[in-house]
Design a protein around this ligand. Structure first.
Ligand SMILES: Cc1cc2nc3c(=O)[nH]c(=O)nc-3n(C[C@H](O)[C@H](O)[C@H](O)COP(=O)(O)OP(=O)(O)OC[C@H]3O[C@@H](n4cnc5c(N)ncnc54)[C@H](O)[C@@H]3O)c2cc1C
Length: 578
C-alpha cells in the first residue's frame, strides 16, 4: 500500500512522540514504530531528567550548560548546550502540566537529586538537578506524551518496521516499511520525515540496551549517503549488573550510594576527589577498570569476571523502596539480594551513543561540514547528534535532549510542511527493499546470523570498548569487514510472512554491522583521548589536532572521513578535572 501524510515520524520514544505532538497541532502526522509505543526504550530510563529548577538548592541554567560542555570534554557544541539548559526548565514544567507525576518536596515542588557531573558554580560541588518520578521517569514521560498524541489524533502504525528511506538529490520523499503482522511492504510518502529510532547498544556484548536498540535509523540513512557524526564516542555506564549489563541507575549514587573495591575502599577518592562517585561516567567507568586491572576488583585476578561493589546499604530500606523501587526489584530478581542489606555487584555496561545522524538545532539533517541540509529530513533523540553531548553525555541529559530537540524538530516540521505538496515518488520506490527481503527469504542455507552477531558483539566489547589501542581497533575493523562480507551469505530459516522474527533479526543485524563498522573506523581514525574515547596509545586530549567533529560516510567497503568544526563560542577548553 501507499500512504500519504504531511509528517511521518519514525519512532515512538520520547523524541518521536514529542515531535509528533508538536507537528500534529496543524499537520497530518503519522508515527511508525516497530514496537508498541509504550515498549520504546525511553520507558527504561530510570534516574531522571535534568533542569536547573533550583527547587532544592541554588542552580542556574548557565551552570547546567557549562557542566554539559565540560562533561562532553569540550566536543559539545556550546550554543546547543546553552539552548538545552535554558529550555530544560520550560520542558520539565510543561511535562508536569501535561500530567507527569514527578516526586515532590515537602513544600509540593518537583523534587530533585544529584547526578554525575552536574555541579553548582562551575564545578564547586555536586548539585541536585535531576527531576524524577521514582526510578521510572522515562516510563512516565512515555505515558504522558502518548496520551497527548492520542488527544491530537496522531495516526499510529505500531509494529511497522522501516527498511529504507526515499531520497532524491537532497530531498527526502518518504520511507519504505514492512508490516510485521503480514510481511507486506508499504511506502509512506511525506513532505517531512523525522527519524527518532533510538540507540544501538546492541552492537556490544554487555549492554543496558533492549534487544530492539539496533540503530535502524542511522544505518538506513548511512546506506543512502548521509554522514554519521562522532560515532567513535560510545558511553559505558559504570554500573550495570555484573555480567548482564542491566542498568543500576546513577540515581543510586545520586541518593548517596558508594562504589567500593575488594577491600571495601571508596576508590573514587583517588580519581575524582571533589565529585567522588558522581564524576562523569567515562571517568568512573575507567576508574572501575583501573581498579580491576590493578588487582583490587572482587574475585581479584584482574580478569573480565572481576567486578566492584555499589554500596547502598547505608541509605536504608525506606529510601530505597520509595525512591529506587525498580532497582530494588532488579537486585532481588537478577542477583537474589536486597540492596538495603547487600552491596550490588556491578561492572560498566555499553549504554549510550553520543554520535549519530548530524542535525542542526531544529532537527534538520546536515549533509556536510558546511551545514548544508537535506530538505524534509529530520532526526532527534539518541539516534541524532546535535551535538549537545560531545564526547560524553551527562546522566539525565538524554531525556531533556529528547523533549527539547524533539519538540523543536516537531515545530520546524509543522512550519515546513505548511503549503508544501506531498512529493511524487516513482512506482519502484519500495523495490530495492522488496528485493532485499526476497533475497533473504530465498537463502535458507548459509551462515547463521547468530554466529555473526556474537562475533560482532565480542569484537566491539573487547577491541572498541572502554580502553582502546590502534592495533586492537585495526583488528576490529578487519573483523567487521569480514563479518559484513559473511552477512551476504547469512541464512533465514523461517520464510513465512507473519511476525517473522528470524527475518527481522537478520535485517537488524545488517544495521548493527554497518554501525559497528563506522564506529570502529571512526575510533581508529581519532588519534587522541577525549571523553568516552580513550586510547592507551594516545592518552592525552589534543585540542590542536582533534577539537573537531568526525563526519563518516559509509562507502561500499570502506568509511570516508571528514570533519566539522566544534562551536566553542562560550567557554575555552580547559583540562577536565573533578
Ligand atoms: C536502562 C536505561 C536507563 C536510562 N536512564 C536515563 C535517565 O534516567 N535519564 C536520561 O536522561 N537518560 C536515560 N537513559 C537514556 C535514554 O533513556 C535514551 O537515550 C532515550 O530514552 C532514547 O529515546 P529515543 O526517543 O531517542 O528512542 P527510544 O525511546 O529508544 O525509541 C526508539 C523508537 O524507535 C522505534 N524504532 C526503532 N527502529 C525502528 C524501525 N526500523 N522502524 C520503526 N520504528 C523503529 C522503536 O519502536 C521506538 O519506538 C537511559 C537508557 C537506558 C538504556
Amino acid at each position: 500500500m501507499t500512504y500519504e501524510y504531511e509528517v511521518v515520524v519514525v519512532g515512538a520514544g520520547g523524541a518521536g512522540l514529542y515531535a509528533a505532538l508538536e507537528a500534529s497541532k496543524t499537520a497530518r502526522t503519522a508515527v511508525i514504530s516497530k514496537l508498541y509505543p509504550m515498549r520504546s526504550h525511553t520507558g527504561a530510563a530510570q534516574g531522571g531528567i535534568s533542569a536547573a529548577l533550583g527547587n532544592v538548592e541554588e542552580d542556574l541554567p548557565e551552570w547546567h550548560a557549562f557542566d554539559t560542555v565540560k562533561g562532553g570534554d569540550y566536543l559539545t557544541d556550546q550554543s546547543a548546550a546553552l539552548l538545552l539548559a535554558e529550555d530544560a526548565i520550560r520542558a520539565v514544567i510543561d511535562l508536569e502540566h501535561r500530567g507527569l507525576p514527578f516526586n515532590r518536596t515537602a513544600e509540593g515542588k518537583i523534587d530533585q537529586r544529584r547526578f554525575g557531573g552536574h555541579t553548582r558554580n562551575f564545578g564547586e560541588a555536586a548539585v541536585m538537578r535531576s527531576c524524577f518520578a521514582a526510578d521510572r521517569t522515562g516510563h512516565m514521560i512515555l505515558q504522558t506524551l502518548y496520551q497527548q498524541c492520542i488527544k491530537n489524533e496522531v495516526s499510529f502504525f505500531d509494529e511497522f518496521q522501516v527498511l529504507d528511506v526515499i531520497i532524491e538529490g537532497r530531498q527526502c520523499k518518504g520511507i519504505v516499511v514492512i508490516e510485521l503482522s503480514t510481511g507486506e511492504i508499504h511506502v509512506f510518502k511525506a513532505a517531512a520525515v523525522l527519524f527518532a529510532t533510538g540507540g544501538f547498544g546492541r552492537m556490544f556484548r554487555i549492554t543496558s540496551n533492549a534487544y530492539a536498540n539496533t540503530g535502524d535509523g542511522p544505518a538506513v540513512l548511512a546506506r543512502r549517503g548521509i554522514p554519521l557524526e562522532d560515532m567513535e564516542f560510545f558511553q559505558f555506564h559504570p554500573t550495570g549488573i555484573r555480567q548482564m549489563g542491566i542498568l543500576i541507575t546513577e540515581g543510586v549514587r545520586g541518593e548517596g550510594g558508594i562504589l567500593r573495591n575488594s577491600s571495601g575502599e571508596r576508590f573514587m577518592e583517588r580519581y575524582t576527589p571533589t565529585l567522588l562517585d558522581l564524576a562523569p561516567r567515562d571517568i568512573v567507568s575507567r576508574s572501575i577498570i583501573s581498579e580491576i586491572r590493578e588487582g583490587r576488583g572482587i574475585i581479584g585476578d584482574g580478569s573480565v569476571d572481576d567486578y566492584v561493589h555499589l554500596d547502598a546499604t547505608h541509605l536504608g530500606k525506606d529510601v530505597i523502596e520509595a525512591k529506587l523501587p525498580d532497582i530494588a526489584e532488579f537486585c532481588r530478581t537478577y542477583q537474589g539480594i536486597d540492596p538495603a542489606e547487600h552491596m550490588i555487584p556491578v561492572m560498566p555496561t555499553a549504554h549510550y551513543a553520543m554520535g549519530g545522524i548530524p542535525t542542526d538545532m531544529d532537527g534538520r539533517v546536515i549533509a556536510d561540514k558546511n551545514g548544508n541540509i537535506y530538505e524534509g529530513l529530520y532526526a532527534a533523540g539518541e539516534c541524532a547528534c546535535v551535538s549537545v553531548h560531545g564526547a560524553n553525555r551527562l546522566g539525565t541529559n538524554s531525556l531533556v535532549d529528547l523533549v527539547v530537540f524533539g519538540r523543536r524538530a516537531g515545530i520546524h516540521m509543522r512550519e515546513y510542511v505548511e503549503g508544501a505538496v506531498i512529493p511524487v515518488v516513482g512506482k519502484d520506490a519500495g523495490n530495492e527493499a522488496r528485493h532485499f527481503i526476497e533475497g533473504l527469504r530465498q537463502r535458507s542455507r548459509g551462515i547463521h546470523g547468530g554466529y555473526i552477531r556474537q562475533e560482532m558483539e565480542s569484537v566491539m566489547m573487547e577491541k572498541v570498548g572502554i580502553y582502546r589501542t590502534g592495533s586492537q581497533m585495526q583488528a576490529a575493523v578487519d573483523t567487521l569487514k569480514d563479518l559484513r562480507e559473511q552477512y551476504s551469505e547469512a541464512a533465514v530459516q523461517d520464510t513465512k510472512n507473519r511476525f517473522n522474527t528470524d527475518l527481522l533479526e537478520i535485517i537488524e543485524l545488517r544495521n548493527l554491522l554497518d554501525l559497528a563498522y563506522i564506529t570502529a573506523c571512526s575510533a581508529h581514525n581519532r588519534e587522541e583521548s577525549r571523553g568516552a574515547h580513550y586510547r592507551e596509545d594516545y592518552p592525552g586530549r589534543n585540542d590542536e589536532g582533534w577539537l573537531k567533529h568526525t563526519l563518516a560516510w559509509l562507502e561500499k567497503d570502506s568509511v570516508k572521513i571528514n570533519y566539522k568544526p566544534v562551536d566553542i563560542s562560550r567557554w575555552e577548553p580547559k583540562p577536565r578535572v573533578y
